[in-house]
Write a protein that binds this ligand. Structure first.
Ligand code: WQD
Length: 344
């Protein structure tokens, strides 16, 4: 049977590149579209080193309607699209909301328009736990009511979900799955792929590995006066390879026609809340590297605690996480060492 061809937008990015590896290993043909704004085509080298396959990347700005259309014109036989391409820095989105609305929403709209024009049936949207805001009750489930978005980034994910739902309602031949990520972290076990931000990292795990390898002076823990077991914030860290696998399973569910509704939603976290101080301890235990850090003021926009229940993904996608915080830290550290060896 001919391979199903999938377009992965943001395919040179962190989650996109790891998802491409899982798709290729599950027999898909994959095309990437990524303008390399916050990514590097070296991710394609990592994918090739791991899978032996060279993925074509269209270097286009998907927020440009004609450029987005051109990808579908050149690839008219797509079986599905997995849409990662978006700006994702929470702090930056608070400073530059229009940049985030224009980029994240126009890219999404242009991709959906291309799907409608060329009859691409399956769509998977990269959503986020940030749609819940400061959730009142934990763990959150897919039915947990949304609170006010804490940033323009989170708002683009809330609005994005509504846009996808309304689009799917108007397109009877198409189905979609919305995947709400918690805190993606870690790297491919080969250390050939990982988080490679082109701008200074702001997420906890890459900051930890940059401090450990000496690229940064110290780690500042943003607050230890929260109402949590050790005063630091709680998050649900999910290994990027577990997250990648969930995308393949979601696509297979759509292809098998098993989706119960035209637009299903799944939370993707491992159901364990880990505090910042516990994450630091996990890094030290997993790597034997002592970490310099100090307690600083709270970071505006941070929620105190959030973690999920993944029962629905287990039941309907057959997905369960394989890795925890120790493997996240071990693979993130191996990637940081490999990445630094190459660039130094
Ligand atoms: C985690 C914790 C910080 C850096 C991210 C993405 C968002 C979404 C969810 C996908 C917080 C603390 C961090 C540092 C620290 N992902 N921290 N010192 O803010 O939960 O959100 O995951 O959609 O897009 O931004 O992740 O890694 O920035 O912070 O103390 O130097 O680590 O306060 O409690 P966050 P993060």
């Amino acid at each position: 049977m001919a391979k199903q061809k999938v377009l992965v937008t943001g395919g040179c990015g962190y989650i996109g590149s790891h998802t491409i590896v899982d798709l290729l290993e599950n027999g898909y043909e994959v095309i990437s579209a990524d303008n390399l704004f916050n990514a590097d085509e070296s991710a394609l080298d990592g994918i090739e080193a791991i899978t032996g396959q060279r993925v074509l990347n269209y270097r286009v700005d998907l927020a440009d309607r004609k450029a987005a259309r051109s990808v579908f014109e050149e690839q008219p036989d797509l079986a599905g699209v997995i849409h990662f391409a978006a700006f994702k820095f929470v702090g930056e989105s608070v400073q530059k909301p229009l940049l985030y609305f224009r980029n994240n929403l126009n890219s999404l709209i242009n991709v959906l328009e291309g799907m409608a024009l060329f009859g691409v049936p399956h769509f998977i949207f990269s959503s986020s736990c940030s749609v819940y805001g400061n959730a009142r009750a934990l763990p959150v489930t897919e039915e947990t009511p949304w609170q006010e978005a804490e940033s323009a980034y989170a708002r683009t994910k809330q609005m994005g979900e509504h846009i996808v739902r309304d689009f799917i309602r108007a397109q009877p031949g198409q189905q979609s799955i919305l995947l709400r990520y918690f805190n993606p972290a870690g790297a491919h076990p080969s250390a050939r792929l990982g988080e490679a931000p082109t701008v200074p990292a702001t997420n906890l795990v890459p900051v930890i590995t940059e401090v450990a390898i000496g690229k940064r002076e110290e780690l500042v823990v943003f607050g230890n006066d929260y109402n949590t077991r050790d005063g630091s914030c709680v998050r649900d860290y999910i290994h990027v390879m577990d997250l990648a696998r969930a995308h393949t399973l979601a696509l297979q569910r759509l292809e098998a026609g098993k989706d119960r509704e035209a637009c299903e939603v799944y939370n993707l976290g491992i159901g364990e809340g880990v505090t910042v101080l516990e994450a630091i301890a996990a890094f030290e235990n997993a790597t034997g590297q002592a970490l310099r850090y100090r307690i600083g003021p709270r970071r505006p926009g941070d929620v105190e605690a959030i973690y999920t229940n993944y029962d629905r993904a287990a039941r309907h996608l057959g997905w369960t996480p394989r890795y925890g915080i120790e493997e996240i830290m071990r693979t993130a550290w191996a990637w940081e060492q490999a990445r630094t060896a190459v660039t130094s």
